[in-house]
Design a protein around this ligand. Structure first.
Ligand code: SAM
Length: 239
């Protein structure tokens, strides 16, 4: 199996867009929820862990005046996203930094990136330890302008072992409905060890995430979507 960075998932980047839709239930619906929660009038958006740019493209379509800055530590993912963004004609509103968002949380002064109307992320932050998730949420809060928002989609730790079994079965049934098997999809998955601040999945419960957001300063914290172990959560900076 090929060695990849945590979060790249598939050994070949070109397998990501189809493979993630087989592996995760309701991937597009989950990303659509983020795009609906970001005001369409947003001008400056930060995306953490853009991957192949699926959320990026939905946001650029939804927010016609927005410029988006993406941080991702994988040159392979950024290259793939960049080609899709250019093909869609959005290259003038998109810029990428090849960087670790854990590094941004720890040493923001080295990045020189400004204040944002919105910060978004999907399927990336769960690779950080809980301590770093909490640090990152503080950094995100500080980087938002007043009225700004943060929305994240991630897998969460099951609330009880019995629910872990329920969520696992739901995923397996989803994969079967896509006309494949978990074994077939997993055969395309690469192997990763720790890279920078990220490791293999380091899940926290939804309740723990909500608490971290409140501690970071978010006043209105919400969970606009949850499907078994996947959730979209975030909040607004109101003052
Ligand atoms: C599973 S992909 C998700 C991509 C996209 N957001 C989506 O929903 O399709 C996770 C992405 O996060 C990136 N990533 C994970 N940990 C990171 C870190 N600490 N700093 C920067 N990028 C990271 C990976 O390189 C990968 O591109």
């Amino acid at each position: 199996m090929s060695q990849i960075f945590p979060g790249e998932v598939f050994a070949n980047t070109s397998d990501f867009d189809a493979g993630i839709r087989q592996l995760l239930p309701r991937y597009d619906e989950m990303l659509e929820v983020i795009t609906r929660c970001v005001p369409s009038t947003s001008k400056n958006i930060l995306e953490l862990g853009c991957g192949t740019g699926e959320l990026t493209l939905k946001i650029l379509k939804r927010c016609p005046d927005a410029e988006i800055v993406v941080l991702d530590y994988s040159p392979r993912m950024i290259k793939f996203a960049s080609e899709k963004v250019a093909k869609a004609g959005y290259q003038g509103r998109w810029s990428a930094k090849e960087a670790d968002f854990g590094e941004w949380a720890s040493h923001p002064e080295q990045f020189g990136i400004g204040s944002f109307d919105a910060c978004i992320s999907s399927l990336a932050i769960h690779h950080l330890t809980d301590e770093m998730k909490a640090n990152l949420f503080i950094r995100i809060y500080e980087s938002l302008s007043v009225g700004g928002c943060f929305w994240n989609a991630d897998p969460t730790l099951p609330e009880a072992p019995v629910l872990g079994e329920v969520y696992k079965l739901a995923r397996e049934e989803w994969v079967a409905q896509q006309g494949t098997t978990l074994a077939d999809v997993r055969a395309k998955v690469g192997t990763s060890t720790t890279y920078g601040y990220s490791s293999q999945d380091q899940l926290a419960t939804l309740e723990a995430h909500v608490q971290m957001l409140k501690t970071a300063g978010f006043t209105t914290v919400a969970v606009p979507w949850k499907y078994y172990g996947l959730a979209v959560f975030g909040g607004f900076k109101l003052s």
